[in-house]
Write a protein that binds this ligand. Structure first.
Ligand SMILES: Nc1nc2c(ncn2[C@@H]2O[C@H](COP(=O)(O)OP(=O)(O)OP(=O)(O)O)[C@@H](O)[C@H]2O)c(=O)[nH]1
Ligand SMILES: [Mg+2]
Ligand SMILES: [Zn+2]
Length: 279
């Protein structure tokens, strides 16, 4: 029988199947071969004394920090308070694209203020409020039949959003009064099955925030550049100052200034990283 690992606590693997939820152990042979993670699709069987995971089905993708697999959509959650770190947002987008995960920007706490998302016109975006429920239904509709992962700074309201969408009661936390930062309330990775979608609550932004590509490859992760980059004079133009760069000519027009500025920031960081590696 096939199922999906939704929780791992020490040696007990909780697997969701069409016949119900089972606590399983892992067959020794498999245990030596791979490290199973939440999100994995597995084959299980009913041995005499326990349910046993016999096999792992091929992963569509897998992430680290937290270890999860087979994700379709990354909901990148931001809020008016705490304020968004847009460089971090763009890095998460790059990593999501790299893993074949669709990045979506969710601006939560829109009952407080509506953060300007005009830099992200080429992405799917949602304004939501876990308090007033604004946008919650349309977001829910969009993610039906998908496995989604929430990523975002502490206290932007990831757990609150899941509670609003799934009618459950995850622990949420307050902003620390002094620092106005979150307190990392969520500490465990769990795949939560909702009506017709799976959702993973994560703790903070740890997931997906270091990029492992070369500076020259970075441009390939920007859909906004695509329609102009063919007209750059140089074939491998990085759009960072080459002559007759068509991309740069459209910055501030079709290409959002903010996205381009952060592209340069990330480009420089990647160059610096490479320099350090070879020093
Ligand atoms: N006004 C308003 N407050 C919200 C909204 N969503 C969440 N909050 C509040 O923001 C605080 C943080 O919410 P959490 O859901 O714990 O945030 P989180 O992103 O899960 O934080 P971590 O688990 O620490 O990463 C809580 O006090 C919530 O009540 C919203 O849409 N509007
Ligand atoms: Mg949380
Ligand atoms: Zn160019």
């Amino acid at each position: 029988m096939q199922g999906r690992i939704i929780k791992i606590v020490s040696n007990v693997y909780t697997v969701d199947t069409s016949d119900g939820i089972f606590n399983c152990v892992v067959r020794k042979r498999l245990k030596n071969d791979v490290k199973l993670v939440v999100g994995d699709i597995v084959e299980i069987s009913d041995a005499s004394d326990a349910y046993v995971i016999d096999d792992l089905c091929e992963r569509k993708n897998s992430l680290i920090r937290p270890y999860v697999s087979n994700i379709d959509v990354a909901l990148i959650v931001i809020s008016p308070k705490p304020k968004a770190d847009w460089v971090l947002v763009d890095k998460v987008i790059i990593n999501a694209i790299d893993e074949g995960i669709e990045p979506i920007i969710v601006c939560n706490k829109s009952d407080i203020a509506k953060v300007d998302l005009s830099d992200y016109k080429s992405f799917k975006t949602f304004y939501t409020s876990a308090k007033s429920f604004e946008g919650v239904l349309s977001l829910k509709k969009y993610i039906s039949h998908k496995t989604v992962c929430l990523i975002g700074q502490s206290a932007v309201g990831k757990s609150s959003l899941i509670n609003a969408m799934a009618n459950i009661n995850l622990k949420t936390g307050e902003l620390a009064k002094k620092t106005e930062r979150g307190r990392h309330t969520t500490r465990q990775t769990e795949l939560i099955k909702c009506d017709n979608f799976y959702i993973i609550d994560t703790c903070g932004f740890s997931l997906l925030n270091t990029i492992d590509i070369s500076p020259e490859e970075l441009r390939l992760y920007y859909d906004e550049f695509l329609q102009f980059s063919d007209s750059c004079r140089y074939h491998g133009c990085t759009h960072t100052g080459e002559p007759d760069c068509c991309v740069m000519q459209h910055v501030g027009k079709e290409i959002p200034q903010g996205r381009y500025d952060r592209y340069i920031t990330i480009f420089n960081e990647l160059e610096e990283k490479r320099r350090k590696k070879y020093d």
